[in-house]
Design a protein around this ligand. Structure first.
Ligand code: FE
Ligand code: CA
Length: 551
């Protein structure tokens, strides 16, 4: 049976696997002997150490990172004793853990918030595995993960999802309740995993704490708040994730060492804040040790490969960027950089040399020109690539050079769907299309949309922007089905994030054909939902705190 034809839904699969834990043997090694496990049964630990669930990430052909964090009181400091705690882990071929292939003991340390990252090696490529942790008498939920195909294998298909922007206060994660039932090799998360906003009593649900996080403890509590969501936990347990961050994991619209409000945060204070934010980010996500922060720096741009089918170039467009320009003239400054010179060289080289059919970029902010005013006048957000035009043009000309196979950019941030053709000069429709960009919507940020107000504002601009092929502002995620000939991406949208459950449906699909840059076809699905009669006015400014939080 291929991984595309599971016998039961993922949700049932995970819960069945969890039920098997009680009956299954613990730490039986492949040769049938009990592994020597160094942690004796510790009966002094508080109950509920696995409240935050499990996760896996960054799959390689022979390895995957497993994650958990011991935190019985997740939003108030964790609740663990201030001492190292041994945590046993095991990886099996089956959900009942009869065929354990790897096991060991990791140490959860208080200075790392009792998080555990295990980089399991020696696995087989393109294979499903199941994993769990144990400490004392407590056993974690069971996670399922999957390794990447071998570097020179020729997989016929790759199915994955991408998502971004999960403001806890923006709404419930109804989208994740459906994403967990998809059949995926991995989930790419493109930024805004947490939001740093203070608790909002008017929102459908509230952040913990009393204000924005600044300290390490405050960022840990914020991450833990998000990870208490059962839908988010289930998607982490169901698939390996490949994550990158945008601004809200630290501070809205930060650029390198410059915060949103430099008059309020000194360079030293912001440096300490960034270090705290990155430390907590690493502690809560299944990143490899190479991404462990060093003070205020974290190495997150990296490349993953899925046989000869696809490379995934994961970008970091926050940590090395120039400060945002404020005028269109300033945005033409050739010295401005979104990536820094080192990351640009790494990207330029990797795009031309990796030898895969597709080049996918896991990216934060929109590349495609994004005018926000109908008529001849143009208004841009210079936090996007619209603010870094010379570098954008340089990279898009590289896309069109014939040396980059089938580039497709996957983008977050916008809280809307924006499916676009990419051109080196967006103002000149005569210049060639050199690639495609799929800007996903959000999981919850922005709350329930006013579809009519959105289209009233943006349809006239779309008519003037021929590179925009499809726009929409409902919440959801993308599922991508990739083979050697084409990428079929499906936009899944939920009806609401302001109720605890919602239906999901496919709003539209988009085809990119290998060898033909840009969007080959837009397949419209169900008609848009009608806007609520007395809905809020949709704020067209993305990614700010100014949108309505409920009707
Ligand atoms: Fe966002
Ligand atoms: Ca305009």
């Amino acid at each position: 049976m291929s991984r595309f034809e599971l016998p039961v839904s993922r949700r049932r699969f995970v819960s069945t696997a969890a039920a098997a834990v009680a009956a299954g043997p613990w730490l039986i090694t492949p040769d049938g002997a009990y592994a020597r496990i160094r942690n004796g049964i510790d009966t002094t630990l508080p109950e509920g150490v696995f409240t935050l669930g499990v996760a896996s990430g960054d799959p390689l052909p022979d390895a995957v990172v497993l994650w958990t964090r011991l935190a019985p009181q997740p939003t108030t400091g964790g609740g663990m004793p201030a001492r190292p705690v041994p945590v046993a882990w095991e990886v099996a071929e089956d959900a009942g853990f009869r065929r354990v292939v790897r096991c060991g003991v990791a140490t959860a340390r208080p200075e790392r918030a009792h998080c555990v990252h295990v980089d399991v090696r020696g696995l087989r490529p393109d294979t499903d595995y199941h994993y769990r942790f144990r400490t004392g008498y407590q056993v974690s939920p069971v996670g399922r993960t999957r390794t990447a195909p071998a570097a020179h294998a020729r997989p016929s298909r790759l199915r994955f999802a991408f998502a971004s922007c999960q403001d806890y206060q923006g709404g419930y994660y109804t989208a994740y309740q459906h994403l967990v039932d998809e059949d995926l090799a991995f989930v790419a998360f493109l930024g805004d995993y947490i939001y740093e906003g203070k608790p909002n009593p008017a929102a459908v649900r509230q952040h913990e704490g009393v204000g924005e996080p600044y300290t390490l403890d405050e960022y840990r509590n914020r991450h833990a708040r998000y990870r208490t969501d059962p839908g988010l936990q289930a998607v982490h347990a169901a698939f390996p994730w490949i994550v990158t961050f945008d601004d809200h994991e630290v501070d809205n619209n930060f650029a390198d060492g410059i915060p949103q409000d430099p008059d309020q945060q000194s360079p030293d204070a912001f440096r300490a804040r960034r270090a705290a934010a990155f430390q907590a980010y690493y502690e809560h996500l299944p990143l490899r040790r190479s991404s462990q922060p060093d003070g205020p720096d974290i190495q997150v741009y990296r490349r993953l490969r899925f046989g000869t089918l696809a490379s995934l170039h994961v970008l970091d467009t926050r940590q090395y960027r120039s400060d945002q320009p404020t005028t269109l003239a300033a945005a033409q400054d050739p010295t401005l950089t979104m990536t820094g010179a080192k990351q640009e060289s790494w990207l330029t080289e990797g795009l031309q040399s990796y030898g895969t059919t597709w080049n996918l970029l896991a990216n934060q902010v929109m590349w495609a020109q994004n005018d926000r005013r109908a008529g001849p006048a143009q208004i841009f957000s210079f936090d996007n690539w619209d603010g870094y035009r010379v570098q954008r043009r340089r990279l898009l000309e590289l896309f069109g050079s014939g040396n980059v196979a089938n580039p497709v950019i996957l983008t977050g941030d916008r809280h809307c769907t924006w499916v676009c053709d990419l051109r080196p000069d967006f103002d000149d429709p005569a210049t060639p299309v050199v690639g495609a960009e799929l800007t996903g919507t959000s999981i919850s940020s922005g709350g329930d949309p006013d579809v009519a107000a959105f289209h009233a504002a943006y349809d006239p601009i779309k008519a003037e922007s021929p590179h925009w092929r499809y726009i929409d502002n409902r919440r959801g995620y993308f599922v991508c089905d990739l083979d050697q000939q084409r990428l079929l991406s499906s936009l899944r949208v939920v009806d609401t994030v302001w109720a605890q459950t919602s239906d999901v449906r496919t709003a539209a699909q988009f085809v990119v054909e290998a060898g033909r840059p840009g969007i080959a076809e837009v397949i419209e699905g169900a008609p848009p939902v009608s806007a609520a009669a007395a809905g809020p006015i949709y704020d067209v400014d993305d990614d700010q705190d100014s949108y309505p939080l409920r009707r």
